[in-house]
Design a protein around this ligand. Sequence first.
Ligand code: MLT
Ligand code: MN
Ligand code: ZN
Length: 288
Amino acid sequence: VRVRVLGAAAGGGFPQWNCACRGCMLARRGEATPRTQDSIAISADGDRWVLFNASPDVLRQIDATRELWPRRSRHSPIAAIVLTNGDVDHVAGLLSLRERQPLTIAATSRVFGGLFERNILLRTLQRFDGHLHWERLQLDEPIALAGLEITPIAAPGKTPVHLGGAAEPEDNIGVLVRGDQRSIAYVSAAGAIGELGTRVEGADALLFDGTFWSNDELSAQGVGQGTAASMAHLPISASLPLFEGFDGRRIYTHINNTNPILIERSPERRAVEAAGWQVAYDGMEVLP
Ligand code: MLT
Ligand code: MN
Ligand code: ZN
């Protein structure tokens, strides 16, 4: 199985268009590595690929990834798109993937319904019979997709900001993905650890929520009022020690532009690396 990070930033990307925080300015000046918004691609056979989330940057991500280029006049190696929640940074890219190309979307009823029953623009993916195929995801029920076994696991989260309302377990999930003998856990949003510690055991790699370094990061930098907790993201300062017994690669992704781990040589970046974690970047080969 091959696992590639397409985008390692949280919503807004790095740099974010309306942000002049220290990290964003370093990224604009070429002194920090820019990142597009959270998405990964996994393939069992190197031929068919499954995208996990459809970031607003999906077209750039496809262009930057030779394996995702079409092989014939109208074709895509993207066999399916798995959605781990309905947030804009995970779904807006779907609108760029219309073009009369049949699509398989794997999502829970909550996420699929939030998109296709409540957002009229998504009708553009249902222009003809057979345009859209929905694979329903349910917690703890593995499905087979393009040679991969994908198991949704509980990850405490929230509803998308544009939908609001109280969160249910199927509003936000993590996934265990297995192909041949290897597996990966991808949990890019988690407000608490819940049962994740035991569920991800035995995987060869863990990609985990690295949105914020600290709970009050936005207010401390004067760029917002929300806390990490209010946005259902466990800050790195809390998750860093939690997976110490995990044997595989531990990697933070979905990293917000305000997070100091994006600044190489920052004390926070060094602390993360000293604790055995890596910081995802676009194009990273998680399992080559
Ligand atoms: C999040 O990760 O918390 C969301 O992407 C935030 C948002 O939708 O703006
Ligand atoms: Mn997000
Ligand atoms: Zn910024």
